[in-house]
Ligand binder design. Structure first.
Ligand code: F6R
Length: 262
C-alpha cells in the first residue's frame, strides 16, 4: 500500500522528509537523491538544509539527479531547472555541484539526452529517495496524462494546463513557459528505491485522491506509485480532503512503530 501521512502543514512534511534523508546521508554518505522543482518540495529542502547543519552531516559525496528540465531555456535562466536546483538544493545544502545532475535541455542533443540520463542514473547505482510533487492533472515529473507507465527519460510536450500552472514562475506570462521538456519517465521514477510525494492545498485534492485511491492508469501518471513497493505520500488536510480512506491513514500512522521510519 502507498503510505499516506496527513500533516498540519508543509513544515511538518518537510521535517519528515528531512529526517528520512538525514538518516540516509548518515548511513550512506554517497547516497543518491532524486530532486524535484516546483513549490511542493521547498519546505522539505529548507528542513533538510537545517538538519544537515544541526547534525553536522558530511554531504560532500551526496549525489543528485533532477527529474526534469525545460527544453530550449538557457541553463543560466533563473527559471531553468538547473538554476532552480542550484538555488533551492545545491547551495543551501552545500552539495558538490559536479555531483548533481539535471537533464540536458539543449535542443541540439535532446534526441539522445534521455537515454544518456537514464544510463547515468544506472551507473550511479539508482536513486535512493526520489522526492515528487504532483500536477493538478496528476503528472509526476513532466509525465503528462497518457504517458507510458514504463517510459524512460525523454522529450515531452507540456500540457496547456501545466504551462498555465507554471506561468507564475514566468511573471504570469504563459507564452514564456517553454512548450517542451525533458523528463525522467515513469519507468525511471519507479526504479528509485523510495518515492516521497508531497502535495499541499485544495488544488491538489483531486489529483491526490485519483493517484492514491483511483485505478492505476496512464491518465493519472501519479497513480503509478501504487505499483511501487515503497511509496510515501505526505499531504496536508486540504490535499487529503477527497481521500475516502483518510481516517485509516491517520490511524495507521499514529500507531506506526517509530523504528519503521517512513
Ligand atoms: C517538478 C516536477 C513537477 C512538479 C509538479 C507540481 O520538477 O517535476 O511534476 O512537481 O508540477 O508542482 P508544484 O510543486 O509547483 O505544485
Amino acid at each position: 500500500m502507498t503510505e499516506v501521512i496527513i500533516v498540519r502543514d508543509e513544515d511538518e512534511a518537510g521535517g519528515i522528509y528531512a529526517r528520512c534523508v538525514g538518516d540516509l546521508i548518515a548511513r550512506r554518505p554517497d547516497c543518491v537523491l532524486g530532486l524535484a522543482t516546483g513549490s511542493s518540495p521547498l519546505a522539505a529542502y529548507r528542513a533538510l538544509a537545517a538538519l544537515v547543519r544541526e547534525r553536522g552531516l558530511d554531504v560532500s559525496r551526496v549525489r543528485g539527479f533532477a527529474l526534469d528540465e525545460y527544453v530550449g531555456l538557457d541553463p543560466g535562466h533563473p527559471q531553468s531547472y538547473r538554476s532552480t536546483i542550484d538555488r533551492t538544493v545545491v547551495r543551501p545544502l552545500g552539495l558538490d555541484p559536479a555531483l548533481v545532475h539535471v537533464p540536458d535541455g539543449d535542443p541540439a542533443g535532446v534526441r539522445d539526452a534521455g537515454r544518456r540520463y537514464d544510463e547515468a542514473i544506472g551507473r550511479a547505482g539508482g536513486v535512493d529517495v526520489q522526492i515528487l510533487g504532483v500536477g493538478t492533472d496528476g503528472h509526476i515529473g513532466f509525465n503528462e496524462p497518457g504517458s507510458s507507465l514504463g517510459s524512460g527519460t525523454r522529450l515531452k510536450t507540456l500540457a496547456e494546463r501545466t504551462r498555465i500552472d507554471n506561468a507564475r514562475f514566468f511573471d504570469g506570462d504563459v507564452d514564456r513557459v517553454p512548450t517542451h521538456c525533458i523528463t525522467q519517465g515513469i519507468g525511471t521514477i519507479l526504479r528509485a528505491r523510495h518515492l516521497v510525494l508531497l502535495a499541499f492545498g485544495e488544488g491538489k485534492a483531486e489529483a491526490v485522491a485519483e493517484s492514491v485511491e483511483g485505478g492505476v492508469s496512464s491518465f493519472c501518471p501519479a497513480s503509478a506509485l501504487q505499483l511501487h513497493p515503497h511509496a510515501t505520500v505526505i499531504v496536508d488536510e486540504a490535499a487529503a480532503s477527497r481521500l475516502r480512506n483518510r481516517d485509516y491513514y491517520r490511524y495507521a500512522y499514529a500507531h506506526k512503530p517509530a523504528w519503521q521510519g517512513i
